[in-house]
Design a protein around this ligand. Sequence first.
Ligand SMILES: [Zn+2]
Length: 253
Amino acid sequence: MSLYCGIAYRRSPCWRARLLSTYISKTRFMFELKEDDDACKKAQRTGAFYLFHNLVPLLQKAEQQQQPYLAPQYSLLELERLLGKFGQDAHKIEDSVLIGCSEQHEAWFALDLGLGSPSPTSAALQKPEVEAELRGSFTELRKALFQLNVKDASLLSTAQALLRWHDAHQFCSRSGQPTKKNVAGSKRVCPSSQIIYYPQMAPVVITLVSDGTRCLLVRQNAFPKGMYSALAGFCDIDPAELERTGGSCVVQS
Ligand SMILES: [Zn+2]
């Protein structure tokens, strides 16, 4: 958002107002879908779905050299046909999570076909069969992130984090009973103890170390050829430092 605002400020006030108005309109629409299960179910009927298998997104090879991968979208109807072909009913779609929307209020969802929820009607689908059927491949997001366009990279990152959170929070930490997600996947509720769980956020710091003309960069063996990163890590509370200063944080890389 700050990047968009930065660009907008250099343009006309009219452009800036339109951009902010679009942002507010999308935010309101997303909020409605997160709070209203019926509205979210309705949005699924006209929305688009991104697919994952065990938290790995389905990608297809693209023609463009700059962005060799694209993330295919599927309609609800296409998804129902796919599930039917693999002997599953549409209940699996209840595992999907809301990850964004277009300016025209087309809602975007993500569904993991590999993760099986406790529901007996929601078993995992086999990866090779799905890949062959959809002419794509489930590709590690870290490897493909910079080979996707900005919109898809951002959406798939959000989707992966949210799907992972749901997979790890299937049961209530107090009563041990299964928790139930709302339609949008913005929260999980324990019907036994009425506790509501919300996806957690982890503060992250990324630092560009420079001597004025050069930058210090790092890379992992798993990175694609030519890919480097600035230094980054999660923020955590350091109890000793907290006691000394009354509130601070350290970086764990
Ligand atoms: Zn509980």
